[in-house]
Design a protein around this ligand. Structure first.
Ligand SMILES: Cc1cc2nc3c(=O)[nH]c(=O)nc-3n(C[C@H](O)[C@H](O)[C@H](O)COP(=O)(O)O)c2cc1C
Length: 332
C-alpha cells in the first residue's frame, strides 16, 4: 500500500468514534486549587512563551498530514488557524516527499509566516535515505525544526509496519549533528519514558513531544485497518505520567489526549512548555469550527490562569493542584 493511501485511511479512521484510549491521560485526575482572590486583571494575563526561538501561545497543533489528496487543504487550514492564534504547527510525516511526491502540501510558509513550523519524519525511515534528503525535508518547507516520530507500537500492529528499530538512536544522533535547526523527538500516543528521554538528550535532541496515552490510540486505528495481534489498544504511558518523567530532562510538549484548553493548562502545570493535540483539530476542521475551537482553547487556558492567580506561563507552571484517582497511585 502506498504512503498516500495509508495517510488517507488514517484521516478517515481518525474522524470516526472508538479509536481513543478508554482511559484518559490523567488530566481528569487533576484539580486546580481555585483562588477566590487572584488580584489580577484578566486583560493582563499573557501566556505567550518561547518555542523554537519564536513567541507562541503555548499550544501546538501536532503532526497529522501531508502528501495525499486533500492534505494540502487541511494543512493550509491548520496553518492559517495556527498563525491567527499564535500556535506552533507540526507537519505530518514527510515520507511522501522522500518517496518523490506531495511536496506542495507541506509548503505552508505563506499561510504561516511567523509561527514555528516543524517538519516530520519517522525514526524508522532515517536509515533508509541519505542525509541530504533528510536535510531537504527542513529546507524545502522552511521549517524551524524537525520532529522525528517514534511509533514502535503502531508499526508492530500495522499490517505493513516496519519491524526494525535497531540503530534508531544512532540515526537520530546523526540527524542532530547534521541539521542546523533543533530536533524534537515525538511519540505518537504511547509516551516517552525517562530512560529514553535521557538517551535522546545524550545524542543531541533538544525537545520532546511526549505524546502519551489518553487520546488517539494508534493501535486501535491500525486494528480498524486489519492490524494484528489484538491486545494493545490501551498500551502506553499516560500523558500526565510521561510529562512528569521527562520534564526535567528536556523541554517538552505535553500531548496525547489534550481535549480542551483546561487540559492544556494542566499539561503546562505538570511541566510542559506547551500543550499539543492532533485529533481535536482534525475533527474541528471537519466540522468547520477550527477557528472557534482555537479561540475557545485559548480562552479556557487563560481562565485557568486567572482562577489560579497566575499572570504568565511561569506562574501557571507552579499553579497548585490536587491529584486524585489512578494518577495518585502512579505517582506514589
Ligand atoms: C490523523 C492523524 C495523523 C497523524 N499523523 C502523524 C504523522 O504523520 N506523524 C506524527 O509524528 N504523528 C502523527 N499523528 C500523531 C499525533 O501527532 C499525536 O502524537 C497523537 O495523535 C496523539 O495526540 P492526540 O491524542 O491529540 O490525537 C497523527 C495523528 C492523527 C490524528
Amino acid at each position: 500500500m502506498s504512503t498516500k493511501s495509508r495517510k488517507q485511511d488514517h484521516l478517515d479512521i481518525c474522524a470516526e468514534e472508538g479509536i481513543e484510549h478508554s482511559r484518559r491521560g490523567g488530566f481528569e485526575c487533576m484539580d486546580f486549587l481555585h483562588n477566590a482572590l487572584p488580584e489580577l486583571d484578566f486583560n493582563d494575563i499573557k501566556l505567550e512563551s518561547e518555542f523554537f526561538g519564536k513567541k507562541i501561545f503555548p499550544i501546538m497543533i501536532t503532526a497529522m498530514t501531508g502528501g495525499g489528496n486533500g492534505a494540502g487543504r487541511i494543512n493550509t487550514a491548520l496553518a492559517e488557524a495556527a498563525e491567527k492564534h499564535g500556535f506552533a504547527l507540526g507537519l505530518g510525516s514527510q515520507r511522501p516527499m522522500l518517496e518523490g511526491g506531495g511536496a506542495q502540501s507541506y509548503m505552508l510558509r505563506k499561510a504561516a509566516p511567523s509561527i514555528p513550523v516543524l517538519g516530520n519524519i519517522g525514526a524508522a525511515q532515517l536509515g533508509q535515505y541519505p542525509m541530504e534528503k533528510i536535510e531537504g525535508l527542513v529546507s524545502k518547507v522552511e521549517a524551524d525544526g524537525l520532529a522525528i516520530h517514534l511509533n514502535v507500537l503502531q508499526e508492530m500492529v500495522q499490517p505493513e509496519g516496519d519491524r526494525n528499530f535497531k540503530g534508531v538512536l544512532k540515526s537520530i544522533g546523526k540527524v542532530c549533528e547534521r541539521l542546523d535547526v533543533p530536533v524534537m523527538v515525538k511519540e505518537t500516543g504511547a509516551g516517552i519514558g525517562r530512560d529514553a528521554a535521557l538517551k535522546l538528550r545524550e545524542v543531541g535532541v533538544k525537545w520532546l513531544d511526549v505524546s502519551g496515552s489518553g487520546g488517539t490510540s494508534w493501535s486501535k486505528v491500525e486494528y480498524e485497518r486489519g492490524g494484528t495481534p489484538p491486545g494493545f489498544g490501551e498500551w502506553g504511558l499516560p500523558t500526565a505520567v510521561t510529562i512528569l518523567m521527562c520534564k526535567d530532562v528536556l523541554p517538552v510538549v505535553g500531548s496525547g489526549g489534550v481535549r480542551s484548553g483546561v487540559d492544556a493548562a494542566k499539561a503546562v502545570t505538570l511541566g510542559a512548555s506547551a500543550a499539543g493535540a492532533s485529533r481535536p483539530f482534525l475533527l474541528a476542521y471537519n466540522d468547520k469550527r477550527l477557528d472557534a475551537m482555537c479561540a475557545e482553547w485559548k480562552q479556557q487556558m487563560r481562565i485557568c490562569a486567572m482562577l489560579t492567580g497566575c499572570r504568565d506561563v511561569d506562574a501557571l507552571k507552579k499553579a497548585p493542584f490536587a491529584v486524585t484517582g489512578w494518577l495518585k497511585d502512579w505517582l506514589e
